[in-house]
Design a protein around this ligand. Structure first.
Ligand code: 5GP
Ligand code: ZN
Length: 118
């Protein structure tokens, strides 16, 4: 079972913000902003590349609810999902980073090779 499935099953503790029958939101263990939440579907999906539009639709509503719950919906925030090796995905269970609580910098991708390797 993957790490986030264990968190969903409460085998590994996490600091939960919001939960319903389909989704869970909890604080990232290594926050990169004053607010850094991970939102995950309870069903195991490897990454955004595999998620159905139907699940994504509910996921969208859930993440909007999370933003309201932690009161960053007006000040603004960022949603990121890393996909695969080049995307920097470490945990292979679909998760969205919800970052906020401060003016976020932009440009932390500047170490990437802009020529790309496709
Ligand atoms: P990725 O790099 O896969 O997009 O993001 C994985 C995220 O999971 C990282 O930001 C990392 O800090 C977080 N993380 C890894 N292990 C744990 C854990 O056991 N608990 C929590 N709450 N977050 C974790
Ligand atoms: Zn999983």
């Amino acid at each position: 079972m993957c790490l986030f499935c264990k968190i969903i099953n409460k085998e590994i503790p996490s600091n939960i913000i919001l939960e319903n029958e389909k989704f869970l939101a909890f604080h990232d263990i290594n926050p990169k902003a004053p607010v850094h939440i991970l939102a995950v579907p309870k069903v195991h999906v490897d990454s955004f590349a595999d998620v159905s539009p139907e699940l994504m639709s509910d996921m969208t509503s859930f993440m909007q609810e999370v933003a309201r719950e932690v009161k960053i919906e007006k000040s603004g925030y960022r949603v990121i999902t890393n996909i695969g090796d080049n995307g920097g995905q470490e945990v292979k269970h679909l998760h969205f980073h919800i970052l906020g609580g401060a003016k976020l910098k932009w440009g932390h991708f500047s170490d990437a090779d802009t020529q790309g390797h496709f």
